[in-house]
Write a protein that binds this ligand. Structure first.
Ligand code: NAD
Length: 259
């Protein structure tokens, strides 16, 4: 049995994950947290545990913490998990470079899965775009287009950045040097080797990602569309079961899925 604590219980992802933990064979909801001041604090879960405002108050009951909150909250939760030697699954996105370093320091001390997208389809897509880029080479222009709901707080999505990094690595390019996030006015011709990144926001779009390889007279477009949040939640719970009992270190979904 893997005992799981879900942080950010009332969030779009937290609520889905808690439901799935309850339905999954071999997992148990051992507690949940919300942000201080949230309406959920003090409510009692069907499992009998109270929702608390600080992970430190309940972490001892868990084997694994699943965290989809915000960069600042995740850093605190990772510090608590590291202090208590508990495994962690991090799905939060939108970390600055400084925050990524800090998170790595905490996760190195415990078994940790850290992935900007926990869906099985997206993790296969990460492999497929790298393979496609290797076949097509430098003659094809790469553009990445992502679309998400109006409430999403970071842009571009962590998944779009991961897709860009996957393509750049396959083509031997430094992603941060070749990425272009914005075009407006007299931009001049598209520089060779550039990787374009376009962000759309609106309504309740769960998450669409397309990687376009545009050549002369043809193009390939590889698209993943999330119809609902179940795919992320399933990946997160799978990751929690997989990481339970592993040695300390930072793992990705490719490790979890054996890709
Ligand atoms: P959301 O805003 O609906 O939920 C976040 C929840 O975290 C909120 O309920 C908020 O109150 C809570 N929270 C904030 N600070 C907290 C704290 N200190 N302690 C406890 N809870 C706290 O957002 P969401 O759509 O659920 O997304 C959450 C994160 O997960 C985002 O970064 C998003 O990009 C990411 N995400 C990742 C994946 C993936 O597969 N890796 C998939 C979807 C979303």
């Amino acid at each position: 049995m893997t005992k799981i604590i879900v942080t950010g219980l009332s969030g779009r992802m937290g609520s889905h994950i808690a439901d799935l933990v309850r339905k999954t064979h071999g997992t148990e909801l051992a507690g949940a947290t919300e942000a201080p001041g949230s309406f959920a604090i003090g409510t009692t879960l069907p499992e009998g545990h109270q929702v608390v405002d600080d992970l430190a108050k309940c972490i001892e009951r868990s084997d694994v913490v699943i965290d989809f909150t915000s960069p600042e909250a995740t850093l605190y939760h990772a510090s608590v998990a590291a202090q208590h030697g508990k495994a962690m699954v991090v799905g939060t996105t939108g970390f600055s470079e400084k925050q990524k370093k800090e998170l790595s320091e905490y996760l190195k001390k415990i078994p940790g899965v850290w992935a900007p997208n926990m869906s099985i389809g997206v993790n296969v897509l990460l492999k497929v775009v790298a393979e496609t880029a290797r076949h097509l080479g430098d003659d094809y222009d790469v553009e990445i287009i992502e679309a998400h709901h109006r409430h999403k707080k970071d842009a571009p999505s962590g998944t779009a950045l991961a897709l860009g990094e996957s393509v750049a690595a396959a083509l031997g390019r430094n992603f941060s040097k070749v990425v272009c996030y914005h075009r407006e006015g007299q931009t001049g011709e598209r520089p060779a080797g550039q990787i374009g990144m376009q962000t759309l926001r609106g309504g309740d779009i769960v998450g669409d990602h397309t990687v376009m390889f545009a050549g002369i007279g043809e193009r390939i477009e590889l698209t993943h569309r999330a119809n609902n949040r179940d795919n992320f939640a399933r990946g997160a719970v799978l990751a929690a079961k997989w990481i339970h009992g592993k040695s300390p270190g930072i793992y990705g979904m490719t490790d979890v899925l054996g890709l």
